[in-house]
Write a protein that binds this ligand. Structure first.
Ligand SMILES: Cc1cc2nc3c(=O)[nH]c(=O)nc-3n(C[C@H](O)[C@H](O)[C@H](O)COP(=O)(O)O)c2cc1C
Length: 140
């Protein structure tokens, strides 16, 4: 089984989450970690399971230049894969992830959970949880 982790990052927090999650996935499955700019919708659809990472941007939105178009291109084609959504945020309350999960479910995506979010100031303390999250997702 091959699991893909595809993310967008501006200042590195989503990347930190992605790499820690990958460490956990690696314990049980093959993993590839890519920024959204370094992959394509076609390649993303080749993974058996997908983890998608994007921080809260705009006003509780997905990053609109790269990540949102990528997600829109794949979201109707993910029905047979287990998908997990993750990302960091700062001043909000995680609403962007609620919107994102609702949108994914409306598109028929089978979500692993209601999204894994971390307030960016808590990131250092959450690394072990990211690793566990990746391992549990890979086993699911
Ligand atoms: C343009 C911009 C818009 C943002 N909008 C939100 C927001 O709506 N809600 C929120 O909680 N954080 C918001 N943030 C904070 C980011 O989600 C947070 O800094 C996150 O850790 C960035 O992740 P990254 O380091 O992977 O880029 C915004 C940051 C930027 C730069």
């Amino acid at each position: 089984m091959k699991i893909g982790i595809i993310y967008w990052t501006g200042t590195g927090n989503t990347e930190t989450m992605a790499n820690a999650i990958a460490e956990g996935v690696k314990k049980v499955a093959e993993v590839e970690v890519k920024t959204v700019g370094a992959t394509s919708p076609e390649k993303a659809l080749e993974y058996d399971k997908l983890l998608l990472g994007c921080p809260a941007m705009g006003a509780e939105e997905l990053e609109d230049a790269e990540f949102a178009p990528f997600y829109e291109a794949i979201k109707g084609k993910l029905k047979d894969k287990l998908v997990a959504l993750f990302g960091p945020y700062d001043w909000g309350n995680g609403e962007w992830m609620e919107f994102w999960c609702a949108d994914a479910e409306a598109a028929g995506i089978k979500l692993y959970d209601k999204g894994y979010i971390i307030q960016q100031d808590d990131l250092d303390d959450e690394i072990d949880n990211c690793i566990n999250y990746g391992e549990n997702f890979a086993k699911a």
